[in-house]
Design a protein. Structure first.
Length: 396
């Protein structure tokens, strides 16, 4: 549950101090663990680091002026992150940078360590240690189950507070309806029902302004105030684009989870698909600019976020299908050929003449759970093999 904060200038200064302290403590913990090598004494754990933090607060007044809750929570977060790294579930914790990682977390009992209240229909307040009551835009009721929250500042200069609450899953209609979702670039999500959904992007005027700002950024001197202002202006436009994408994902995932009992999507390896084609100096890549544009389009379409939110809202009702040849198989007869897809949008079967929108035809194959075996035969979920149409033999 995320809300937009509206701090005063004095409160914003105090929030930035909290971010600085949390980042400083985190980076110290990262440095301690980076010095460890096989054969050396193990790096200090949370207990030892907490004791060192107490001594540091006694020695440095600027650190003691901050919130001990914020600083200790940074150590707890690092301890959890390093435990996830050694467990093999997460990457190694890295450095946090000014202007990029601006945030901190508060954990404690509501009403004692922190609190939140509603003032009017659209205005509320959250109590933050050493900051006081900070106003927020009230868009929904904060669950009483919230036991922690995180405050962060994005690159566009906006402050948000996110309460750690797991929302209840959305129940399906109970009718047994199945839908297939084909994710693409031109059409963000094509449904097997024939509906095509697209992420709202930037308007033409916004895109033109973004290009002008990017050219201006290339001419600005590093470290200058002008460069900082241009970077903030670019961040505001990109934040607007990201907000629209997230809003679309939330609405689309909620609708799919509520309207269908089973949602089938392609099992795409997005991380591998958006790898850079730049290559190395010894082996430079080809079509680097075109591949970079495709990667940006994939990120802008929200492929990964859509499936992630579907799994959150419809747990156990999202099924991932092998994406092999789903765009080349005719949904009507099962004929599989690369020539079936004439263009990005047109699908025309060479065997039976069936025509459809290419993405919608792929979504219908996904809804049917079809996959192609290693031998090239079409395999539906039931296990029967549908091969290319055979001529009908008649007697006489």
């Amino acid at each position: 549950m995320r809300f937009r904060l509206a701090p005063t200038p004095a409160q914003e200064h105090a929030l930035l101090d909290h971010c600085t302290h949390a980042r400083y403590v985190w980076n110290l913990a990262v440095e301690q663990h980076q010095h460890w090598r096989p054969g050396r004494k193990s790096a200090p754990g949370y207990g030892e680091q907490s004791r060192q933090l107490t001594e540091a607060r006694k020695a440095f007044g600027w650190l003691a002026a901050g919130s001990q809750t914020v600083q200790q929570q940074a150590l707890r977060d690092f301890a959890r992150a390093i435990a996830g790294f050694f467990a093999g579930t997460h990457r190694r914790p890295t450095w946090r940078k000014t202007g990029v990682h601006e945030g901190f977390r508060i954990v404690g009992q509501r009403g004692r360590h922190w609190d939140v209240r509603r003032l009017s229909r659209k205005v509320g307040e959250v109590w933050i240690p050493k900051v006081g009551w900070v106003r927020l835009h009230w868009s929904r009721q904060v669950s009483k189950e919230a036991k922690s929250f995180r405050v962060n500042r994005d690159r566009a200069g906006r402050w948000h507070v996110a309460f750690a609450v797991i929302p209840p899953p959305i129940d399906g209609p109970g009718t047994g309806q199945v839908v297939g979702v084909d994710r693409g670039v031109a059409v963000s999500a094509a449904l097997s029902t024939g509906e095509k959904l697209s992420v709202p992007g930037l308007r033409d005027t916004e895109a033109n302004r973004l290009r002008r700002l990017q050219r201006r950024l290339a001419r600005a001197n590093p470290g200058s105030k002008r460069r900082a202002r241009v970077k903030t202006a670019i961040a505001r436009i990109k934040a607007r684009q990201a907000d629209r994408r997230k809003d679309w994902v939330e609405k689309a995932s909620t609708r799919l989870a509520a309207d269908y009992d089973l949602i089938r999507v392609e099992d795409l390896k997005i991380k591998n698909m958006v790898r850079s084609a730049r290559g190395t100096i010894a082996a430079p890549g080809s079509n680097v600019r075109a591949k970079a544009g495709l990667n940006r389009s994939i990120h802008a379409a929200g492929w990964g976020l859509l499936v992630t939110r579907l799994e959150h809202k419809a747990p156990g009702r999202v099924e991932k299908i092998n994406p092999a040849y789903t765009s080349q198989i005719c949904h009507a007869c099962g004929h599989c050929a690369a020539d079936n897809r004439e263009s990005q949008a047109v699908f025309r079967c060479r065997a039976c003449g069936h025509t459809d929108h290419a993405d919608v035809n792929a979504a219908k194959n996904i809804a049917a759970g079809r996959a192609v075996t290693a031998r090239g035969a079409l395999q539906p979920p039931g296990g029967a093999v549908n091969r290319e149409p055979q001529p009908v033999l008649t007697s006489g």
